[in-house]
Design a protein around this ligand. Structure first.
Ligand code: AMP
Ligand code: MG
Length: 702
C-alpha cells in the first residue's frame, strides 16, 4: 500500500528553544493534504513539534486519510551498532534504548553525555565524536581522534548520498548525530502512542495508516538553492519543496523508491531517484499575477454591451499558468507557448504518389512509349540504391523516394508490362504522379502559432515535420463552487424548499471539455465565514474560480459581498439576456467569476464570458466561437438594448428554439444543442429569416 492522502516533511533540530520568531536551523514541518500545499510551520522547540505531530497523526487517522511523514535524520546506524549496544540487530532496540536514556527539554538535553556513554560501551575510542559543549565529556572526543571502535563510519545509504553526514558526528555545520539521538525517542513515543497505526520504513511493511520514512532534502538541493535565492528561510524551503516532491510523485515511482531492503541501517527515501524528486518539486515558470484592478470598468459605465465587455476581458487578462514540455502523444488539448517550426520538410523527399513506373520526363519522345526496365525497385522506406539512366524506367511503389534520374511516374494500370519492358501511351505531364519534397511544408516554415490549442490533426502535422516534444502551458486549474442555503447534493434527501445542485456538475464537466483541470470545491451555505474559507482553499488550489449563486447585491449574496470586502470586485452589468450582473473579482490574486445561480444564466455566462477569459488565462489565443447563419424555424420580436441567447438546435436545416424562454427551465438547456444569438438592437424574426446559430461544440473547440 503506497497510496497516501497526506504528506508531511519534518526538518528536525537537536538545539534548544529557538524563540517565537521563525528562523533557520529550527524545527519546520511541510504539509500537503489532498494535493493542497500548506505554508511550512515553524516550531520553536521539540515539545511543541512532538505535540503537533501527534495531533496530525490523530487528525489524519480520524479522517481516514493515509499519512506519510518524512524525517530528515537517519532511522538506523551503521551495521553492527545495534548489536554492540543492545545485543540484537533490531533497530527498534536502539530506539527503545535511546528513549530510556535521553533527557530532553526546550532548554537543554543530554545528547553529548549519551554519546559519551555509548562510546564507553564500545572498544577503543568512538564511534561518536565532536563534543560541542564547553565542559569535557568522558569518552567523547572533541575532534575526530576515534580509533578501534570497530564500526563502519557510514551506512550504505550515506555512502551513496553525496554530502550526507555520518551519524557519529555530533556537532559542526550540517552534522546529524545529535538529531538522531534526540529524534528517535520522539518517533518511538509516537509509535507507542499510535500503536498499530504507524509503520516505520524500511524496517516494517507499510500497511498501516501512517508511515514514518527517512527523507533528506539534500537530495533536492539544487531546487532548494534556487528557491532560496529568491529569499526566505532555507529550512522552510526544504520542507515545502521536499513534501511537494513526495506528494506529486506518481504512486508507481513512490512505490519503486520505497522498495528497498535495509533492515538494520535504514535507507534514505529517493536515493538514486533525485532527478524524479527534483522534477516533481520544481517551481513551474509562472508569469506575473494579474493586477487586482483588471476587472474595473471605465468610470460612468452602466450597462456594458457584450462586445465591449469581451474586448475588456481580452485586453486585461493574460496567461497565469506555468510552462512545461510534453511528449507529442500527450499534447492534444494543450496550449502551445511558442510558434513551432518544421525541423524537416513534408514530404522530406520527392516520392511517388502511386504504384507504377518512374523515369526521366526528358527521355520521352513523341507518341506511344516503350522503355526498358532497370533491375530492382524503389519501395516506401527501401529506396532504389542507384541512378536510373536516361531512357530507362524503374518500378516504384506509393510513398517510395524517387530514385536519381526519375522525375515522372506512370500509373501501373496505364502500362503494359512485357519481358523487361513497359509500354504506355504518350501525353503524360512532367512530374505526373509524384509529390515534390516540401510541397506540403518546407523545412523551417512555421507550422503552428503560439496560443494554439493542439488538435489531433496538429499532432499529425508536428510528427510529420520532426517535432517530438512540444512546449505547452501548464493546464489551467479552475475551481468550482456552488452557493446557497437551499442547494443540496444530488442523491441526498431534499427537504421542502431545497433544490439539487445542478450547476456544479454542469460547470465541472464543461471545464473538463474545455481542456482545463476542474477542481471541485463543493457547496457552501450562505455563510460568509464558510465561503471565505472555501475561496481561500480555491485560491490555493486553482488559477481561477467559478462560483454560482450569491453574485447579486442582495443580503444573502455573499460572493459579491466578500469580493467587495477584499477590495477587488467589479460588478459588470452586461447587456445580455439571460444573465444577471456578473461579479468579477480577485481573491488572493486569483480571478473569480461570480456566475448567477440560475443554471440557464450560469451556462450562458460561462460560455459567453468565462470561456474566452479562461482561454486567455490558460495561454490560448482569443477566439470567437464559430456560428452559422441558418434559416429560423420560429418567429420572435425583440426589443433593443440587450443581446439575447436562445436555447436552440437545428432540425432539417432550420434552427428551432425551446418553447419557453423561462430562465429556470433546465430541461431547455438539455434539449438544446446550441444557442441562437440575437443582436443587441431590435429584431423581428419571421420563419425562414437567417439567424446566427452557435453550436455548443463551437464554444468548446474555440
Ligand atoms: P442566486 O443567484 O443565488 O440568487 O440564485 C438564483 C436562482 O438560482 C435561485 O432560484 C437559486 O435557487 C438557483 N440556484 C442557485 N444555485 C443553484 C445551483 N447550484 N443549482 C441549481 N439552482 C441554483
Ligand atoms: Mg443564493
Amino acid at each position: 500500500m503506497t497510496g497516501f492522502d497526506t504528506f508531511a516533511m519534518l526538518d528536525w533540530s537537536s538545539g534548544n528553544d529557538t524563540g517565537p520568531r521563525p528562523r533557520r536551523d529550527a524545527i519546520w514541518l511541510g504539509l500537503v493534504r489532498g494535493g493542497v500545499e500548506e505554508s511550512p510551520r515553524y516550531f520553536r522547540n521539540r515539545v511543541e513539534a512532538e505535540a503537533a505531530l501527534a495531533a496530525l497523526i490523530e487528525a489524519e487517522c480520524a479522517a481516514g486519510r493515509r499519512l506519510l511523514i518524512g524525517c530528515d535524520f537517519p532511522f538506523g546506524f551503521p551495521a553492527g551498532f545495534a548489536r554492540g549496544l543492545t545485543g540484537c540487530d533490531n533497530p527498534f532496540a536502539v530506539w527503545d534504548w535511546l528513549e530510556t536514556v535521553i533527557e530532553d527539554s526546550p532548554r537543554a538535553n543530554n545528547r553529548f553525555d549519551v554519546a559519551g556513554e555509548i562510546n564507553g560501551r564500545f572498544p577503543g575510542l568512538g564511534p561518536f565524536w565532536f563534543n560541542g559543549l564547553k565542559r569535557e565529556i568522558e569518552g567523547l572526543p572533541r575532534r575526530d581522534t576515534r580509533t578501534g571502535h570497530g564500526l563502519p563510519d557510514r551506512r550504505r545509504a550515506d555512502a551513496d548520498a553525496p554530502g550526507a553526514f555520518s551519524a557519529w558526528q555530533m556537532g559542526g555545520a550540517g552534522a546529524v548525530g545529535g538529531q538522531v539521538l534526540i529524534g528517535l525517542p520522539v518517533l518511538n513515543r509516537l509509535r507507542r502512542l499510535f500503536y498499530g497505526q504507524v509503520a516505520v520504513w524500511p524496517f516494517e511493511v507499510l500497511d498501516k495508516p501512517v508511515a514514518l520514512v527517512e527523507a533528506w532534502p539534500g537530495l533536492i538541493n539544487p531546487v532548494v538553492k534556487r528557491a532560496e535565492a529568491a529569499g526566505g528561510i532555507r529550512d522552510a524551503h526544504q520542507v515545502r519543496l521536499m513534501v511537494r516532491a513526495l506528494a506529486r510523485l506518481n504512486p508507481a515511482t513512490l512505490a519503486a523508491m520505497l522498495d528497498v531492503s535495509a533492515p538494520e541501517e535504514g535507507w534514505i527515501l529517493g536515493l538514486g531517484h533525485e532527478e524524479e524528486l527534483m522534477a516533481a518539486c520544481e517551481e513551474p515558470l509562472r508569469p506575473p499575477p494579474l493586477r487586482d484592478d483588471c476587472f474595473a470598468l471605465p468610470a460612468g459605465v452602466d450597462w456594458t454591451p457584450v462586445d465591449d465587455a469581451l474586448a475588456l476581458l481580452s485586453a486585461r487578462l493574460s496567461p497565469v499558468v506555468g510552462q512545461e514540455r510534453v511528449a507529442l502523444g500527450a499534447a492534444a488539448g494543450r496550449v502551445l507557448t511558442e510558434a513551432q517550426v518544421a525541423r524537416r520538410a513534408n514530404p522530406p523527399q520527392a516520392n511517388s504518389a502511386v504504384d507504377g513506373y518512374g523515369f526521366a520526363f526528358a527521355s520521352l519522345g513523341e507518341g506511344d512509349q516503350v522503355l526498358p526496365l532497370v533491375a530492382g525497385r524503389s519501395a516506401a522506406g527501401v529506396p532504389f540504391p542507384g541512378v536510373v539512366p536516361e531512357g530507362y524506367a524503374v518500378r516504384v511503389l506509393t510513398g517510395a523516394a524517387l530514385p536519381e534520374g526519375v522525375d515522372t511516374v506512370i500509373l501501373q494500370e496505364d502500362v503494359t508490362l512485357g519481358e523487361g519492358r513497359i509500354a504506355f501511351r504518350g501525353g503524360l505531364k512532367r512530374g505526373a504522379n509524384t509529390r515534390r519534397a516540401g510541397e506540403d511544408v518546407e523545412a523551417g516554415a512555421v507550422v503552428l502559432e503560439a496560443g494554439r490549442v493542439l488538435t489531433p490533426a496538429d499532432l499529425a502535422l508536428c510528427a510529420a515535420v520532426g517535432l517530438a516534444e512540444l512546449p505547452v502551458f501548464a493546464r489551467l486549474r479552475v475551481a468550482v463552487l456552488s452557493t446557497g442555503d437551499e442547494v443540496v447534493e444530488p442523491g441526498e434527501a431534499a427537504r421542502e424548499g431545497q433544490i439539487y445542485d445542478a450547476n456544479r456538475p454542469m460547470l465541472l464537466a464543461l471545464l473538463r471539455q474545455m481542456g482545463h483541470e476542474a477542481v471541485d470545491l463543493g457547496r457552501v451555505a450562505d455563510d460568509r465565514a464558510a465561503l471565505r474559507a472555501v475561496l481561500d482553499r480555491g485560491a490555493a488550489q486553482a488559477d481561477a474560480i467559478l462560483t454560482s449563486g450569491g453574485a447579486s447585491s442582495g443580503e444573502e449574496d455573499h460572493v459579491s459581498a466578500l469580493l467587495n470586502e477584499a477590495g477587488a470586485m467589479a460588478e459588470w452589468r452586461i447587456a445580455l439576456k439571460p444573465g444577471r450582473p456578473l461579479a468579477l473579482g480577485m481573491w488572493r490574486g486569483v480571478p473569480v467569476f461570480g456566475l448567477p445561480g440560475n443554471p440557464v444564466a450560469a451556462l450562458v455566462c460561462t460560455l459567453i464570458f468565462a470561456r474566452p477569459a479562461m482561454a486567455v488565462l490558460s495561454g490560448a489565443e482569443w477566439r470567437e466561437p464559430q456560428g452559422f447563419d441558418v434559416p429560423a424555424a420560429f418567429e420572435k420580436r425583440k426589443k433593443p438594448g440587450r443581446r439575447e441567447y436562445l436555447r436552440a438546435r437545428i432540425r432539417e436545416g432550420r434552427v428551432e428554439v425551446f418553447n419557453s424562454e423561462g430562465s429556470g427551465r433546465i430541461s431547455g438547456l438539455s434539449w438544446a444543442e446550441g444557442l441562437v444569438e440575437l443582436p443587441d438592437g431590435a429584431a423581428e424574426i419571421a420563419p425562414g429569416d437567417a439567424v446566427r446559430y452557435i453550436p455548443y461544440a463551437s464554444f468548446l473547440l474555440a
